[in-house]
Design a protein around this ligand. Structure first.
Ligand code: NAD
Length: 368
């Protein structure tokens, strides 16, 4: 069994560790106890994760003399919404969670984003621990402090920066994920290679098919992704510059998620994968990168069994004008101008404010 790896996120008085390893839930009490002012925590999870992993966490806390109360919200993107946020905050208040207490988010990116946001507004901010249980949450959403919910106007439009106090990424819990959810998270892993590390992408081209079974390869992929994210977040915590690169594939992906109603037709990580392929296609058409780069991206995603083209999404999609209008709702829009993360090569992404509209239409037409 590989030993746990720790990635430190050095953000001054908001610094924290991300620990990546197998069996961390069973071992959680020893790592959480130093954060507690009294032996009591409130855990928020979802109804799918609760029967699978909550019992081991509460048993481990209990054995260490830490009381816990827990709430399981419905699973799925629809939970990142006002009604569930209100429910979660009211429940935390009912449980008498105090300013100096710690809230634990046990689940995927939906629970992490929602609970982190709830913690940021509860009594003007309480500390929280992320125990991410999806690949996507372990490599991306649990690190960096972006928290929030969706609005009818678009994804993640309501939220706050609130860094966790600790992240425990137990890589063994990923074994219970539906293969499709595991793969969707892989979209974000591939994104790291594509945006800033060609060697890592090359490693993934060889090793990614092993990630579902080989814990050593899985731990390496997760720890490397987390280290990349930690580096970017440390240099640009509130996305004034470099952090925007983490949105590679997201301008397309968020529009597609909205167009498919945040449903099972397209999972977030799948939207990111398709978005990465489209971003590389647009980059090549704009003469920014070689033609080989988008072909390599497309081939790798398809070899992994991931959707990479619009035609891989089941059902009808809106027309190009509507999709482009949906991209206009993206958080990155500045003065109404669409912003894309494009690339000069694999591993060399940059923010582009002047994507050529005709070429954008051509990319969408070809991907259908
Ligand atoms: P999710 O939380 O909905 O989890 C996917 C599904 O897997 C859910 O049905 C969940 O119940 C289930 N699940 C979770 N862990 C499981 C396990 N161990 N075994 C079995 N089933 C399990 O979705 P996600 O893909 O983890 O996260 C997507 C969300 O993350 C989106 O809302 C996205 O916007 C957000 N996100 C946030 C950031 C950030 O920086 N905050 C970054 C990327 C993505």
């Amino acid at each position: 069994m590989p030993q746990p790896v720790t990635v430190h996120v050095p953000l001054g008085d908001r610094a924290y560790d991300v620990v990546i390893g197998e069996g961390l839930i069973a071992d959680a009490a020893a790592r959480i106890a130093p954060l507690l002012r009294r032996p009591r925590v409130a855990i928020v999870t979802d109804e799918t994760v609760a029967p699978l992993h909550l019992g081991r966490l509460t048993a481990a806390l209990d054995a260490a003399g830490i009381d816990s109360v827990s709430l399981a919200l419905p699973a799925g993107e629809g939970t990142k919404s006002w009604p569930h946020l209100t429910h979660c905050v009211d429940w935390l208040l009912e449980q008498k969670v105090e300013r100096r207490d710690v809230v634990i988010a046990l689940g995927g990116g939906v629970i992490g984003d929602l609970v982190g946001f709830a913690a940021s507004i509860l009594r003007r901010g309480v500390r929280f621990v992320q125990i991410p249980t999806t690949l996507l949450a372990q490599v991306d959403s649990s690190v960096g402090g972006k928290t929030g919910i969706n609005s009818t106007h678009g994804k993640n439009l309501i939220g706050a920066f609130h860094q966790p106090s600790l992240v425990l990424a137990d890589i063994g819990v990923l074994d219970t994920l539906r293969p499709r959810d595991f793969l969707a998270g892989y979209g974000e892993v591939a994104k790291y290679g594509l945006l800033g590390d060609a060697d890592f992408f090359e490693w993934l081209e060889i090793n990614a098919p092993l990630l579902q079974d080989d814990l050593t390869a899985r731990q390496h992929a997760i720890a490397h992704s987390v280290a990349m994210k930690a580096g970017i977040v440390t240099r640009d915590e509130t996305e004034q510059g470099e952090r925007a690169l983490l949105n590679l594939g997201h301008t397309f992906g968020h529009a597609l998620e909205k167009a498919t109603g945040y449903s099972d037709r397209l999972l977030h990580g799948e939207g990111v994968a398709i978005g990465c392929a489209l971003a590389f296609d647009l980059s090549a058409r704009m003469g920014l990168c070689s033609q080989e780069a988008p072909s390599r991206v497309l081939e790798h995603l398809h070899r992994m069994g991931m959707p990479a083209r619009l035609s891989d999404i089941p059902g009808d999609l809106p027309g190009d004008d509507e999709l482009i209008a949906l991209m206009g709702q993206d958080k990155k829009v500045v003065d109404g101008q669409l912003r894309f993360v494009l690339a000069r090569d694999i591993g060399e992404a940059f923010v582009c404010d002047d994507a050529v509209p005709d070429l954008l239409r051509a990319v969408l037409a070809d991907a259908r």
